[in-house]
Design a binder for this molecule. Structure first.
Ligand SMILES: Cc1ncc(COP(=O)(O)O)c(C=O)c1O
Length: 379
């Protein structure tokens, strides 16, 4: 049978993620396959954990990558650290904060939301006031980098305020890891999760997590069991304890990819990488505003890896997104969720956090916008 070969087109991925995979990471996936119980693989697992600790800046507790998406990483934190009936306070200023609430509710938690409009940041004061009203809350959850709006939460200041209470801090670090300053250990984050397809520039499919020592204590004193696939203490027996205990057949090639991605982050240097993301974003955001377009996010809390731009009145944002893809091979995102304001979401993550990449996106957007506006001007 003569079946067609797989030939996906080339794209410049400048949406909310995934981003383009670093070629060195793709190369790593071509290295010899090992079995998941091969002792030589187990050395590689420990190297990955060691590099993850450095990228999260988490010297204690438990750090490992889960074999799952960012959403499942979120769910892992919630199902390990909350029990049915526990109260959780969730900062919600976009799609992913709402997803945290939705998952927590499905697991029987009592969810208290503290909300801000699209483009605004939930303040730490508002979260702490909510905690004063619900002093028995077992967790405060926030999205460090809200990819649906381009807001960065002031995470550094929140942990210290929770340190003396029996309230854990969960932070979604999906779009912040390796893209903006993140210091999970020093900031007192109890559960951080991320994923591989954003600023790490690896393929989607793994979710690195960091769990604090006090979160592990909470986990060990649970009354109800954790779903098997998400059980962090069982996963620890495969990733960290030696000899290993089988839990699942590990996605070996995805682990090689993560190994190389982390090696590249640390070789570049964390601070240098954060600066590169910040410079590319400053260039993009300045150029967007210079064109008379409006950014969605509050300037005091603007995120570097993801820039949300309001679609000007009278233009069809989705149609313009599609023309960017079809005519220029560039993917950008649109609004996420039914009530999101009309916006384009431009991501400069991993390899794509470059001024030159920002200019490619801007040139393509200029060309499409000029063409879309031409009939109106002619009329
Ligand atoms: C902030 C944030 N949290 C969670 C997720 C969910 O990750 P995934 O799509 O891998 O499930 C995303 C995905 O874009 C995200 O941007």
């Amino acid at each position: 049978m003569d079946l067609p070969l797989l030939r996906p087109p080339e794209r410049l991925l400048c949406g909310p993620g995934p981003t383009n995979v670093d070629p060195a990471v793709l190369d790593a996936m071509r290295r010899p396959m090992l079995g998941h119980l091969d002792p030589d693989l187990h050395e590689i697992l420990l190297e990955v954990v060691d590099m993850l600790r450095r990228v999260y800046r988490m010297p204690g507790g438990l750090v490992l990558p889960l074999h799952c998406t960012g959403t499942a990483g979120m769910e892992t934190g919630l199902v390990n650290l909350l029990e049915p009936g526990d109260t959780v306070i969730v900062g919600q200023c976009g799609f992913f904060g709402r997803r945290i609430s939705e998952i927590a509710r499905r697991h029987g938690a009592d969810v208290v939301t503290v909300e801000a409009d699209w483009g605004e940041c939930v303040t730490n004061d508002a979260l702490l006031e909510s905690l004063d009203r619900h002093p028995h809350a077992r967790m405060v959850a926030v999205v460090h980098a809200e990819t649906s709006t381009g807001i960065e939460h002031p995470l550094a200041e929140l942990g210290p305020a929770l340190r003396d209470r029996d309230t854990l801090l969960l932070a979604d670090c999906v779009t912040s890891m390796a893209g903006v300053e993140l210091d999970v250990g020093a900031w007192g984050v109890d559960f951080a999760y991320s994923c591989t397809q954003k600023c790490l520039a690896a393929p989607p499919g793994m979710s690195p997590v960091a769990v604090s020592a006090r979160a592990l204590e909470r986990l060990r004193s649970r009354h109800t069991p954790v779903p098997f696939s998400f059980d962090l203490l069982l996963l620890e027996k495969y990733w960290i304890d030696r000899p290993v205990t089988y839990h699942h057949t590990a996605p070996v090639l995805a682990i090689y990819a993560l190994h190389e991605a982390l090696r590249r982050v640390l070789t570049e240097g964390l601070e240098a990488r954060w600066t590169r993301h910040a410079e590319a974003a400053a260039h993009l955001q300045g150029a967007v505003e210079a064109r008379g377009l409006e950014l969605l996010a509050d300037p005091d809390h603007r995120l570097a890896p993801l820039t949300a731009v309001r679609v000007p009145e009278g233009l069809d944002g989705k149609a313009i997104q599609m023309r960017m893809l079809r005519e220029h091979g560039i993917e950008i995102g649109g609004g996420l969720g039914p009530d999101a304001p009309a916006m384009w979401r431009i991501g400069l993550m991993g390899q794509n956090a470059q001024v030159e990449t920002a200019d490619r996106v801007l040139d393509a957007l200029d060309a499409v916008l000029a063409d879309e506006r031409a009939p109106a001007l002619a009329g």
